[in-house]
Design a protein around this ligand. Structure first.
Ligand code: GLP
Length: 260
């Protein structure tokens, strides 16, 4: 894992934006894996700004989001379809026909999950997967004890995840219990992945992901098996790491010779 520690949230987010921009510029028809969550909002803003001001184009790009709540129609204001529309898609030139999310309102969510995997395969797999991390170590909605060999499927959300996401809904009871999510093995099959984490609430999960044992108890720790995983942190999210001197020695100031 490459661990890049940036001075603050803004710098971390710009570093992640650099990697997306370089991927899309080098390979305009790249297949991106996209993530939701509060952490990603400033990243999407930065990419939209680069689209407006620097001509960064997504016209040939294909995207697949990690997850979607079950039971929410795409036009539900709390769906991840709506999140992506508002945060990113409507601000850039991506072709809506190539911007995919799991169908949370499908009559048969398990069948929809298998179709989603097939769609990713038909697109040639994911070139660059963006990831956030839950405070409990989840990636996508792969909650603790998720199979590390899992593919896109239905997952039951933990109470802690529902509580963390309750702020977007009217109440805890209104917060969905189930989601369709790419599996851990789906994520590991991406050719490269970038996980962005900011703030001290993520410090413990980040430590378990990077330096903890490889365990389904922390699904993000499966990224230790990924051949090209970059973890981009601000100082707060890096606060519980042990080998910080080493990371800063290898990547001073969060620089990475592959991108600088
Ligand atoms: C959500 C999403 C994840 C995201 C995580 C962190 O539940 N399913 O993909 O990484 O929680 O969200 P946030 O960035 O708001 O902390």
């Amino acid at each position: 894992m490459k661990v890049l520690i940036l001075p603050d949230e803004q710098a971390a987010m710009q570093r992640a934006a650099d990697i997306v921009a370089r991927t899309v510029t080098a390979t305009p028809d790249a297949v991106l894996g996209l993530a939701t969550g509060g952490t990603m909002l400033p990243l999407y803003e930065a990419l939209a700004q680069r689209h407006r001001e620097d001509g960064l184009s997504f016209t040939k790009t294909t995207s697949f989001n990690l997850d979607e709540y079950i039971g929410l129609a795409p036009d539900h204001p709390c769906s991840y379809h709506s999140y992506m529309q508002e945060a990113f898609f409507r601000h850039v030139d991506i072709d809506p026909a190539r911007a995919h999310l799991p169908k949370g309102d499908a009559p048969d969510p398990q069948a929809a999950s298998l179709e989603y995997e097939a769609l990713i395969a038909a697109a040639g797999g994911i070139d660059l997967q963006l990831l956030g991390i839950g405070q409990n170590g989840h990636i996508g909605f792969n909650e603790p004890t998720a199979s590390l060999g899992s593919r896109t499927r239905v997952k039951t959300l933990t109470t802690s995840t529902r509580r963390a996401n309750q702020r977007y809904f009217a109440s805890f009871e209104d917060t969905p219990r189930y989601a369709i999510t790419m599996g851990v093995a789906t994520i590991l099959a991406s050719r490269a992945c970038v996980l962005l984490a900011t703030g001290d609430a993520k410090a413990d999960a980040v430590m378990r992901m990077v330096e903890g044992p490889l365990s389904a108890a922390c699904p993000a720790s499966a990224l230790q098996l990924h051949a090209s995983a970059t973890v981009i942190l601000d100082k707060a999210a890096a606060g519980a790491l042990t080998f910080t001197d080493y990371y800063e020695n290898v990547h001073p100031g969060g620089r990475d010779s592959a991108f600088d």
